[in-house]
Design a protein around this ligand. Sequence first.
Ligand code: FAD
Length: 274
Amino acid sequence: MRPISFEFYPPKNDEQRAQLDRTAARLKAYRPEYVSCTFGAGGSTLSYTGDTVRGLIEDHGFDAAPHLSCVGGTRAEIAALLQRYREAGCRRIVALRGDLPSGMGQPGEFRYAADLVAFIRAEHGDHFHIEVACYPETHPQAEDALADLRHFKSKVDAGANGAITQYFYNADAYFRFVDEARAAGVDVPIVPGIMPISNFTQLKRFSEACGAEIPRWLAKRLAAHGDDVESVRKLAAEVVAGLCRRLLEGGAPSLHFYTLNMARPTVAILDLMD
Ligand code: FAD
């Protein structure tokens, strides 16, 4: 089995904190290379990410990477946050632009993720391993696929060590994207982001917002199971495990699971891949 990583989001209340603790404890058995924790837009969860990362390191013994976005933070705030992460023992950062909550907030002082990557490198040299995001099915705001690829390359040129993709269910989109990135001179590992399917209605909503395509055949099959939660879960795990197998056979260096703080959907996939 190649290395895997898990992504969590920062819990906001005691119930969510207990759920994340249970999930982290269960997923530890799968020996992730590292785990990461998202950073909410608008600055409101500035401290939640740091607290969560500290818990993942101290209580669960993970190598934990905070996500850091350009949105909502001044240069000075981001510099202070980086210093705190360094002092907490973090060696890895996922650097993003982030999204402004609709109709509110100010963009930060950094406009694009490439600017943030360059800033982290300028402030901390090689201390942090920096991951960035990339989009096999093209970022929804990009002028076009080639411009998006150029912008991805600019993040690598600014100092990113690796990339995690937006989720997708079409393996060919990933393979083509990797070929194009290599042809454009991007030589860092490009790790597929894997979204387990547990709630199809929520997934459809997410996918519309982030530009990920749910293939028609998959949407139709999931819809055919209607409210039969168990059979939706079984089908979803089989489909995503098949995608993961194909990605690894085709040379994907690792897999990054968007757990949404739930162990079960990710475990169902991993257990089918043994
Ligand atoms: P960028 O690389 O800056 O690109 C954003 C857009 O601008 C793209 O369309 C790109 O083509 C374009 N662009 C880039 N540079 C230029 C330029 N010089 N001129 C013109 N156009 C340009 N969001 C969060 O808020 N918190 C998180 O924790 C988080 N984690 C994520 C983790 C992963 C693995 C992924 C894939 C996404 C994550 N996101 C997160 C979502 C992400 O913030 C959004 O997708 C956001 O819209 C783009 O972020 P980016 O870092 O890819 O931006």
